[in-house]
Design a protein around this ligand. Structure first.
Ligand code: BTN
Length: 323
């Protein structure tokens, strides 16, 4: 942990009480002037730290930001988000940044987070609405021992992790729409964009990007009909960092389940969380669309659609629209 992290840890332990500069410098093992410089930087990050000549320093407010030190505090993972967390106040796309890092050899578990994105990317070339300070925009680098055609398994792992994290913290009625949209009352609250770099039969890396609308009081007109936020559904604000930590914890756990027990248990959990099976839907693909009833998913997670005429289609990728 860096000096700022240790300073914060110490100040938080005092929960609003005063700690002298001398004690901080002694405990952390840096000069008093280094303590002061780091306090100034923490203030710049949004921490409210009072100082008084006789008493020292006191932390009176922690910002709701996705700062690495806030994510690390209480993070129950061993690899995901454990090593480097690359933090941006603003960037074009955390997936784009994570791909650059992965190309340079960044290890599995490296996390890129941003408070806002100027070119947030969605599936199928769409954009992802990414205003500052309200959502989660996070991309994780993975290097799974899978073949490229098994890559969608990681998206299922991610979808159940995001859905479970939301469910456990908000108690909302969360469901997954095939393959990986997270919905609340049939409106999208989170989406996943998985990008892959692979050779013929081996994955080099995957970047798994999660976008979640958390504290948005409202959404722009063009998406308001199909999208929602946690705040809009509950009427209350949630600490984004808590949701992110819970998501990472579950994602690491299911990633391990996938590695040790295969895709079966992951798909089993996904089926418990999905709202798509049994529904009448229209599936839109690049060059065609089909309408019918979803009768299930096969052991690889491929959607099985029975058309009105009785014909059965296996859908590998597409957009599902409930009709
Ligand atoms: C979708 O279309 O449903 C996927 C949306 C994924 C958005 C996230 S936000 C963090 C990461 N960075 C991006 O540019 N996109 C993903």
């Amino acid at each position: 942990m860096d000096t700022r992290g240790r300073l914060l840890e110490y100040l938080k332990k005092e929960s609003g009480g005063w700690v002298s500069g001398e004690a901080l410098s002694r405990e952390i093992g840096v000069t008093r002037s280094a303590v002061w410089k780091n306090i100034v930087r923490l203030r710049g990050d949004g921490y409210v730290i009072d100082s008084s000549p006789g008493k020292g320093y006191s932390l009176s407010r922690t910002p709701d930001m996705l700062l690495p030190n806030e994510i690390w505090e209480g993070l129950e993972t061993e690899v995901f988000g454990r090593g480097e967390i690359v933090y941006f106040r603003e960037t074009d796309s955390t997936n784009a940044r994570a791909r650059e890092l992965a190309d340079q050899g960044a290890p599995e578990g490296t996390l890129v987070v941003a408070e806002s994105q100027t070119k947030g990317r969605g599936r199928k070339g769409r954009s992802w609405f990414s205003p500052p300070g309200t959502g989660i925009y996070a991309s994780l680098i993975l290097r799974p021992d899978l073949s490229p055609d098994e890559a969608p398994r990681i998206t299922f792992v991610t979808a159940i992790s995001a859905a479970e994290a939301l469910l456990s913290l908000t108690l909302l009625d969360v469901a997954i729409k095939w393959p990986n949209d997270i919905l609340i009352k049939e409106k999208k609250v989170a989406g996943i964009l998985t990008e892959i770099s692979a050779e013929m039969d081996v994955i080099d890396y995957m970047v798994v990007g999660l976008g979640m609308n958390v504290n948005n009081p409202h959404l722009p007109h063009d998406i308001a009909e199909r999208a929602t936020s946690v705040l809009m559904e509950t009427g209350g604000e949630f600490q984004r960092v808590k949701i992110l930590r819970e998501y990472l914890r579950r994602q690491e756990r299911y990633y391990q389940v996938l590695r040790e027990s295969g895709f079966g248990p992951v798909l089993g959990r996904w089926k418990e969380l999905t709202n798509t099976i049994g529904k009448r839907v229209m599936v839109e693909m690049i060059d065609r669309r089909y309408t019918g009833v979803v009768t299930g998913v096969d052991p690889d997670g491929v959607l099985i659609l029975q058309e009105e005429g009785g014909q059965v289609r296996r859908i590998l990728s597409g957009d599902v629209i409930f009709v």
